[in-house]
Design a protein. Structure first.
Ligand code: MRU
Length: 356
């Protein structure tokens, strides 16, 4: 998608270096960062220079390519895999990508292993682009229906950033929005700020602006009143892990939006590529919920009036805080799952029909 009218992807491999857009600097600064070692990729994931479930999966895949370049050694590869998988615990795409890479390269001789690994990482990337594009054309139908009935601007609420910045291109939740916009459907997006890291305000609003899509940033708690007053036609969010029963784990606050949507009869859709489905875990209480540094809550970062980036503390020093990064929306609150294979009910039956 576009930044300053130039097309970018979020990650690419060039001259044996992984290049990323450093998302900790957005929207104030557009900086490309080079990752040269597997540890660089682990750090980029941990520090959220790259984030979003599909993108951290792709970064982990390239991380293993760098690991092979550094030291073509099985023990090192094993350690690299473990470090990558544990760098962020909730998004299943990370383990999915590492397992897929290891499966592809196990038993391959030393001479061919680098090429095999690089080819597979590139395939993971291309597949994600393709799947996100399909999510867009499938989800477009929902927006089109609302637009045809309403004959006015369709107001869509989204949470966090499940945009192209969270994937390689197109995004998941944003892909139907981009497809609808390209088709000329009149849209407006309510962007949840998404405390504490403000992925909505910093990233979703930024990428929608770059694509010329009207959007308004709101506080995380504003969705309820907007829904009650008829200002939201539908919600679309992404997910970090979707269970086979249709329960959806996504950025903290998603669950409360789904409850409010249910109470107001507003469709609540979740968009995902199949790499985000966890077929193993049966009970959402087993999903590891990432707990991040409490300083993400007690400090805020932004530009001051002289355009200098500053970080300031907003809580009393003595106050404790808890920073849970994800929550779970039970399947019963999800109107449907928008996938690369079509739209299905958020249930075992729905997912099985599409994927098994
Ligand atoms: O903590 P983040 O920014 O990695 O969280 C991202 C999300 O919660 C997204 O909604 C999810 O990864 C889906 S991305 C297409």
């Amino acid at each position: 998608m576009r930044i300053n009218n130039k097309n970018f992807r979020t990650i690419w491999f060039e001259n044996n270096i992984v290049k990323i857009i450093d998302q900790t600097k957005l929207p104030h600064q557009f900086a490309i960062k080079e990752l040269k070692t597997v540890q660089d990729t682990v750090n980029a994931i941990k520090n959220m220079e790259v984030r979003g479930a599909p993108l951290i999966g792709a970064t982990a895949a390239y991380g293993l390519v760098l690991s092979i370049l550094e030291k073509n050694d099985l023990n090192y590869l094993k350690k690299s895999s473990e470090d990558l998988i544990s760098s962020r615990p909730t998004a299943i795409n990370l383990k999915w990508a590492v397992d897929r890479m290891i499966k592809k390269i196990s038993g391959i001789n030393d001479k061919d292993i680098f090429k095999k690994a690089l080819d597979e990482a590139k395939l993971i990337v291309e597949e994600d682009v393709n799947f996100c594009k399909k999510i867009g054309s499938n989800g477009l139908k929902i927006i089109e229906n609302i637009s045809n009935k309403k004959k006015d601007t369709v107001n869509i609420l989204t949470h966090c950033n499940a945009g192209w910045l969270a994937t390689i291109d197109w995004g998941t939740a944003t892909s139907p929005i981009y497809h609808a916009h390209k088709k000329g459907i009149k849209l407006h997006v309510w962007v949840d700020e998404t405390r504490p890291r403000n992925q909505g305000a910093n990233l979703t609003s930024y990428e929608l602006n770059e694509e010329g899509i009207p959007n308004t940033v709101i506080t995380d708690n504003a969705g309820g009143i907007l829904m009650q007053r008829g200002k939201v036609d539908m919600c679309i969010v992404g997910t970090d892990r979707t269970l086979s029963n249709g329960d959806v784990c996504n950025k903290i606050g998603t669950y409360l939006k789904a409850l409010a949507a249910k109470d107001n009869n507003i469709p609540f859709y979740v968009a995902l590529p199949s790499s985000t489905i966890d077929w193993k875990i049966k009970n959402h209480k087993q999903i590891p919920i990432e707990e991040r540094n409490s300083e993400e809550l007690s400090y805020v970062e932004g530009m001051d009036e002289k355009n200098n980036l500053r970080k300031v503390r907003i809580y009393p020093l003595k106050s404790k805080s808890l920073n849970l990064a994800f929550d779970v929306t039970p399947a019963k609150y999800v109107s449907g799952l928008i996938t690369e294979k079509g739209i299905c009910e958020a249930s075992n039956e729905g997912l099985s029909k599409l994927f098994k």
